[in-house]
Design a protein. Structure first.
Length: 143
C-alpha cells in the first residue's frame, strides 16, 4: 500500500487515531506476505504485527448470547478486540459481502462496542477494509 492511499486520522470520528494505527498494521501484514492466503495465516500474522506495534488486543474472546435472560450455549467469537472498544473481523476472501458486514455489526451490537473494522486480506494487490460505527454505543465509550 502506498502512502497516498493510507487513511488520515479524523478527530471528528470516534477512535480514528486507533483505527489509523490498526489499518497501518493491516497494510504491513499485506506488504509482508501478500494476499490470497488462508484467514488463519492473517490472524496469526496480524496478532504478531499488533504485538510488535504495542497495540493492545484480545484475540478470539467468546461472546455470550442471552435470550430472555437465559444464557444460550451458542457463542460468537469475533477475531479481535483492539484498543478495548474496537471489534475487528478478519477475512481472506475475493471481496467483502453484506453477510460479512452483518456478521461484524452483530458482534459489535452483542459486545456493545461502538466501532468495528472489517479487514480483508484476500485480494492479491491490496488490503480491503470497511469501518463501522454504532452511535448508540458511543455514549457508553466516549472518545
Amino acid at each position: 500500500m502506498n502512502a497516498d492511499s493510507f487513511p488520515e486520522p479524523d478527530r471528528d470520528k470516534p477512535y480514528s487515531k486507533e483505527g489509523f494505527a490498526l489499518i497501518g498494521a493491516s497494510y504491513a501484514v499485506h506488504d509482508e506476505i501478500g494476499g490470497g492466503l488462508h484467514e488463519e495465516v492473517y490472524q496469526e500474522s496480524f496478532e504478531r504485527e499488533l504485538t510488535l506495534r504495542r497495540i493492545p488486543f484480545i484475540a478470539r474472546q467468546e461472546l455470550a448470547i442471552f435470550y430472555k435472560g437465559y444464557e444460550l450455549k451458542k457463542r460468537y467469537i469475533p477475531d479481535l478486540y483492539v484498543f478495548e472498544n474496537i471489534v475487528v473481523e478478519l477475512k481472506a476472501v475475493t471481496a467483502l459481502t453484506s453477510e460479512h458486514e452483518a456478521q461484524l455489526l452483530n458482534y459489535m451490537r452483542l459486545a456493545r462496542k461502538p466501532v468495528g473494522y472489517l479487514i480483508n486480506f484476500g485480494p492479491i494487490d491490496k488490503t480491503e477494509w470497511k469501518r463501522f460505527v454504532l452511535s448508540e454505543f458511543l455514549t457508553a465509550h466516549p472518545r
